[in-house]
Design a protein around this ligand. Structure first.
Ligand SMILES: CC(C)(COP(=O)(O)OP(=O)(O)OC[C@H]1O[C@@H](n2cnc3c(N)ncnc32)[C@H](O)[C@@H]1OP(=O)(O)O)[C@@H](O)C(=O)NCCC(=O)NCCS
Length: 155
């Protein structure tokens, strides 16, 4: 494993475990994250509690995991540790991805979200618009089916 990832993976997974409610079954395992990062198409970004890129040995407050293919960036995961929420870190993380996508001459960012997730406010505030729905796409740990909504932002 790359040296930077060896240090970052535990920090990212600490946020993963604290941020996602088990009911929804949305959190990825360490193995899933590691496997995704084996391809150069996927990348992550860790933000500090102060809203900056994390320094070595600093705790991460949130992260994004994303994948870019042919000019399109997919936001795979966005998470902020509950103790650091509603301080603008989630919006900063998405803005960082928007800027990075723009720098790489990307044309669109999209994401899939569980219908009813309050994160929708954050995405809409940043200009994302709903472009599609997948009925019964998600399955909760209790077996309930929930629709997915796809949001997109042209760059
Ligand atoms: C979604 C998430 C990343 C937001 O992180 P955050 O740091 O609290 O977000 P911000 O502080 O940048 O919020 C920006 C705006 O989004 C909206 N927003 C964020 N969380 C919200 C909530 N729970 N309810 C309503 N609006 C919310 C608000 O408009 C907020 O602005 P305001 O605080 O000035 O009102 C965080 O709640 C989280 O990790 N949730 C669990 C994982 C998840 O569901 N990820 C998204 C998967 S699609």
């Amino acid at each position: 494993m790359r040296a930077d990832l060896r240090q970052d993976l535990p920090r990212l997974m600490a946020v993963m475990v604290s941020a996602f409610e088990p009911t929804w079954g949305e959190a990825w395992t360490k193995r899933q994250v590691e496997d995704s990062l084996l391809t150069s198409l996927c990348r992550y970004f860790l933000i500090s509690p102060r809203g900056l890129p994390v320094a070595p040995d600093e705790q991460a407050a949130g992260f994004t995991l994303s994948r870019s293919i042919a000019g399109e960036t997919e936001l795979l995961l966005l998470a902020v540790d509950p103790q650091f929420r509603r301080q603008g870190l989630g919006a900063l993380l998405v803005q960082q991805l928007i800027e990075e996508t723009r720098d790489q001459a990307g044309t669109r960012i999209f994401l899939e979200m569980r219908k009813g997730n309050p994160a929708e406010h954050l995405y809409r505030n940043l200009g994302f618009v709903p472009v599609g729905e997948r009925p019964n796409y998600y399955k909760t740990t209790s077996g309930e089916r929930i629709d997915a909504v796809t949001f997109a932002l042209p760059i």
